[in-house]
Design a binder for this molecule. Sequence first.
Ligand SMILES: [Zn+2]
Length: 203
Amino acid sequence: MPQMKQNRRTVPCYTCGAPFYLSIRDTRFLGTYRRVFCSVDCLVKDVLTPRRNGFFIQQMVENGILKKFEPQPNDNGFVCFSHRLGTHFRSYFEAMVAEVLVLRYGINLIYEPFELLLQIGRRDKVYVPDFFLPDSGVFIEVKGEWLHGSKKKFLSAVQFLGDNGIILIPPYLRKAFSDANKSTGGFDGGAAGIASVCETGLD
Ligand SMILES: [Zn+2]
């Protein structure tokens, strides 16, 4: 069966069920994570589905598990500025995703509003998901690469918030988001020289 090898890298879209191709590298990036989408449209359908977890989130706030995130004054990680949204982001990928979700789909999006206290092993770790969608009650994490134990943090956030409580936007969707952003008039200057590209490229 010549298709066998290809099947190992083909996964079903969580929304529409259509199988789509992932490179070995993308498959490794995802690991056990399987809430994956064939397109930006299919991802958006999922994140717009109401979660009805407002009560759960309120409880987390009351129990101190979820706190308002306030960046330290010396936090200089916000290297990208979207002129069109008037917001700083930590990466070009994040800025691009935000522009697409807000400008193409009209989604109400809050950037890094909360920090989540997670227990990983015996340690307490603070994790700040990238976006929160108040209308559907879902978090979004945009990840171009896993750094500094960020995969462990994300996977334990999935365990804690539930499989539909936080959605990953992995690097294989970067091209699709870039194309979608072009349709909103956004410019994709690529990953190199993120700060300067972001400063000059997004207006
Ligand atoms: Zn799909």
